[in-house]
Design a protein around this ligand. Structure first.
Ligand SMILES: [Ca+2]
Ligand SMILES: [Ca+2]
Length: 438
């Protein structure tokens, strides 16, 4: 992707502005589902391509936002499958070898272009190129009753997984070496999720009917048990929690509940959501027949979608309005949406804005800030003034060079360079203003 220079403004050719949302497998209904972050507009994805049906025994699902693709495992045909996020171009990526393979969870490793999965009956963790190829075994004899769900610590090149019928959680290097037992004591381990930046491991204790987390540092001196003082219980009294995905920037986690322990706890046969710190009650977002796994497309092309991702459904309207500032950091929600910051966490200016002055004259000549370049409703406009009264679009006053570099989840890094003569002027003030996109 190369910037196109036009009138001193760099325009990046981005992909289509797709709405983000929640993708999940409903194993009982044999359907791939998509819905908004708050559970609204839930419906089955209509597939076209090599097959019209997602499969007969759906398991793990994963979203690749960089390529706008979905990956999932069909344990009926024992294939790994892929389709565009709109359901088109559905095709098989790989048919698993062996007498009776059992593809369960799937996770893409974008940096290395690989799709990983757990083969429960083969007790294998394997990977294959995202665009197709051979299966490579990374970990053999991964767990006594087979690995079921996995996740990555991409910062440290580690893969984490749990034991299907057992209560253990393990990790190893990306090449399968230095395998470690981390934790024991769950009643069947299901989804695992790593927040490397925050330093936490999250996991699902299926028949303990609970969700837990503990600091990664707790594993520094060998395996610990579920009863260790470092282990926190985020949610308890659930029905049959299963697949798990973290939304770290939004401070939330989502899980699928198969409902196999029907009627005995919260959220059976549903997709649910809670907080990473477990502080607010779990939300039931949508129900299915047997929800198995869940993943997220964290992008937002409208403020309404973004609000549904960051706030609870029952949060009062005043705090979720575009002009409100519930976290008191001086950034109203509409600005947090465009900057990709959190409306529920204090974001100091130094955390998102960099102003540099190559001339060392005290006036910034280059500004760097994040920007949701997928936003279809509003954008940020840089304005300047000399008298704090007559604010003008900076690009109309002076040539400004703007470069956007795609970062993650639809948020780009924008760099605005102002000409040296502006920097030399006295008393020039700049501001970022939210303006509607015509
Ligand atoms: Ca705020
Ligand atoms: Ca904030």
């Amino acid at each position: 992707m190369h910037p196109i220079l036009r009138s001193g403004v760099a325009i990046l050719a981005l992909g289509p502005a797709l709405a983000g949302g929640v993708y999940w497998t409903d194993r009982g209904a044999g359907r791939l589902m998509r819905m908004n972050f708050d559970g609204a507009n839930s419906g089955a994805l209509v597939l076209s391509g090599e097959f019209p049906s997602a499969g007969s025994n759906l398991r793990g699902v994963a979203v690749d936002t960089a390529a706008n693709r979905l990956f999932w495992a069909d344990n009926g045909s024992d294939t790994l499958r892929t389709a565009a996020l709109d359901g088109s171009g559905a095709k098989s990526l790989l048919k698993l070898a062996g007498a009776s393979p059992f593809p369960a969870d799937v996770r893409p490793d974008f940096a290395n272009g690989q799709l990983w999965w757990c083969d429960q009956t083969g007790r294998l963790i394997q990977r294959t190129p995202l665009d197709g190829g051979e299966a490579v075994t990374v970990v053999a004899d991964a767990a006594p009753t087979g690995p079921y769900f996995l996740d990555f610590d991409r910062d440290h090149g580690l893969v984490y997984w749990g034991d299907f019928s057992g209560g253990a959680i393990y990790r190893a290097q990306f090449d399968g070496s230095r395998r470690e037992l981390l934790l024991t004591g769950n009643l069947q381990t299901r989804g695992v999720g790593v927040d490397a930046g925050g330093g936490f491991l999250y996991w699902v204790n299926r028949d303990g009917r609970s969700l837990h987390r503990c600091p990664l540092a707790a594993f520094a001196n060998g395996p610990i048990t579920l009863g260790h003082s470092a282990v926190a219980t985020l949610y308890r009294g659930l029905d049959t929690p299963h697949g798990l995905v973290l939304d770290v920037p939004a401070g939330k986690l989502y899980w699928a509940d198969t409902g196999t322990n029907a009627g005995e706890g919260f959220g059976g046969q549903s997709i649910c959501r809670g907080d990473l710190d477990g502080k607010s009650p779990a939300e039931l977002l949508a129900s299915g027949t047997e929800p198995w796994d869940v993943d997220l497309d964290r992008r937002s092309s409208t403020f309404t979608e973004w609000r549904a991702r960051h706030f609870r459904r029952d949060d009062p309207e005043p705090s979720t309005a575009a002009g409100s500032d519930p976290d008191g950091d001086g950034l109203p929600n509409e600005l947090e949406y465009l900057l990709g910051t959190s409306p529920r966490q204090h974001d100091p200016p130094g955390g998102w804005l960099t102003a540099s002055s190559p001339d060392a004259d005290g006036v910034p000549t280059r500004l760097r800030f994040p920007l949701n370049t997928l936003a279809s409703d509003w954008t940020l406009r840089l304005e300047s003034t000399g008298d704090l009264t007559d604010w003008r679009h900076a690009a109309e006053v002076t040539p400004v060079v703007t470069v956007d570099e795609p970062a993650t989840d639809g948020i780009s890094r924008r760099t605005v360079t102002l000409p040296a003569q502006l920097a030399a002027e006295r008393a020039v003030f700049l501001r970022l203003r939210v303006v509607p996109i015509p």
